[in-house]
Design a protein around this ligand. Structure first.
Ligand code: ARG
Length: 465
């Protein structure tokens, strides 16, 4: 049959229909504009299905060889010639590949869709596509983690102020701050690995919704396509998109973490904080104000987090009211999944670049970590060690802080007799306790910011990578 030039006549359901599809609806219905990204996996899955049909003796060896070499030629052409896809007629990637196949080898090509539906086909394609993408994301996450470890190692001894409520709270090692984000991303990697396990299940063989009536060896197809197992219920297999939602959920958490990192970097790069200066490589200037250096890279990462959260919400909303089994609503899953993957991978890549180009102004950070009474808790702990109940110590130090603020000095700049007037138990050794070094060193339990602990955690993190 000659390929007709009108999409309304090239649809896949000829027999039942006498009338033509409305042109506007045909365009609306069409997903080839975006699901062409499934092209390569669609061909791979078709080759596996072809082997399945040959194994079930639905195709002769000669037929299956003819189909497979045509599919291979289609794949090669698609991978080398972008104009191949400038084709206005195909409804989706599945009909595109089938049309090319029939164009090449005629009636034999029409046998390929035996025992298969676009419903199990699209579910298979999307899982294959996502599996590859998850592997790329795992590497991208790793390179951000490497960036954090390298940054920590470049400033192994440096301290920064730690904040709560964005008020100076207690000093922490800069490496401790780096490792905080390392931990978040380590959990993100675990989540993606977990999602991958549930993605890597083969739906092919479920056909439209009820399963296939041909004796296809589904396990062999799963092995051929690298799936860990096969789906156990055909209704579920063609209509489940929770693997997409899980992916968007895990990606949302990555973006939330990257967004917080971005926010810290943006804030710490302001003149007010002055801990970082962004490299020219990842900053932009202003067309009007000559002095400006703007952290657009990190602002975009922060901004794109919202976009990924939107995809998660969209997928959940699309699925929540759908009766079993397949419904065309589900065609809306693809753009959400594609854009989530693209956004998270691009954001990870840019973040890794920002980290590779980041340097801490150690003098400025340590100055900030030693001013603003970040050692007040340390003084309270000192009084506790001298036998005072913590509540009383807290109250006493509060009064000492007010006194120091009035005099415009830090706690360590108060004279010993001055301090003694608040508590007779205070002795000369208090000054050692108030030092930045001591304040850090006392946080020596697992998870604390003492330099020894952080060095251990850095080593552990390096091994983990
Ligand atoms: N393009 C469709 C999708 O993405 C493929 C499945 C079509 N199935 C159908 N019964 N119309 O969901």
């Amino acid at each position: 049959m000659a390929i007709m030039s009108d999409a309304r006549k090239t649809n896949l359901w000829g027999g039942r229909f006498t009338g033509e599809t409305d042109r506007g609806f045909a365009d609306y219905n069409r997903s080839f504009g975006f699901d062409r990204r499934l092209f390569a996996v669609d061909v791979r899955a078709s080759i596996a299905h072809c082997d399945g049909l040959a194994g079930a003796r639905e195709l002769t060896g000669a037929e299956s060889n003819e189909i497979k070499s045509a599919l291979q030629a289609i794949l090669d052409r698609g991978q080398t010639d972008a104009s191949y896809f400038d084709e206005p007629n195909s409804e989706d990637v599945h009909s595109f590949v089938e049309a090319r196949l029939v164009e090449m080898i005629g009636d034999v090509g029409r046998k390929l869709h035996t025992g298969r539906s676009r419903n199990d086909q699209v579910a298979t394609d999307l899982r294959l596509w996502l599996r590859d993408e998850l592997d790329r994301t795992a590497l991208a996450l790793r390179s951000v983690q490497e960036g954090l470890l390298d940054l920590a190692a470049a400033h192994a001894e440096a301290a920064i102020p730690g904040y709560t409520h964005l008020q100076r709270a207690q000093p922490v090692l800069f490496a401790h701050w780096c490792l905080a984000y390392f931990e978040m991303l380590a959990r993100d990697r675990e989540r993606f690995a977990d999602v991958r396990g549930r993605v890597n299940v083969l739906p092919l063989g479920s056909a439209a919704l009820a399963g296939t009536s041909y004796p296809i060896d589904r396990d062999a197809a799963a092995r051929a396509l690298g799936f860990d197992g096969i789906s156990r219920n055909s209704l579920d297999a063609v209509s489940d998109r929770d693997f997409c939602i899980e992916f968007a959920g895990a990606a949302s958490l990555v973006m939330m973490h990257l967004s917080r990192l971005a926010e810290d970097i943006i804030l710490y790069s302001t003149t007010e904080f002055g801990f970082f200066e962004l490299s020219d490589a990842v900053a932009t200037g202003s067309s009007l104000m000559p002095q400006k250096k703007n952290p657009d890279s990190m602002e975009l990462v922060r901004g794109k987090a919202g976009r990924v959260f939107g995809h998660l919400a969209a997928l959940l909303a699309t699925m929540k009211g759908l009766p079993l089994a397949y419904n065309k609503d589900m065609q809306e899953d693809k753009e959400a999944v594609f854009d989530t993957a693209d956004t998270v991978n691009a954001s990870l890549a840019v973040t890794a670049t920002v980290l590779r180009n980041l340097r801490l102004n150690e003098a400025r950070a340590s100055e900030a970590a030693s001013h603003g009474y970040l050692n007040a808790t340390e003084l309270a702990d000192y009084l506790v060690r001298k036998g005072m109940p913590f509540r009383e110590a807290h109250e006493t130090v509060g009064r000492i802080v007010v006194h120091a603020i009035e005099r415009g000095v830090e706690l360590s700049e108060l004279r010993l007799d001055d301090l003694k007037s608040f508590s007779a138990g205070i002795e000369q050794d208090v000054f050692a306790s108030l030092s930045l070094e001591q304040t850090l060193a006392t946080k020596s339990q697992t998870g604390g910011t003492a330099p020894g602990r952080v060095a251990e955690e850095l080593k552990r993190a390096g091994k983990q990578l």
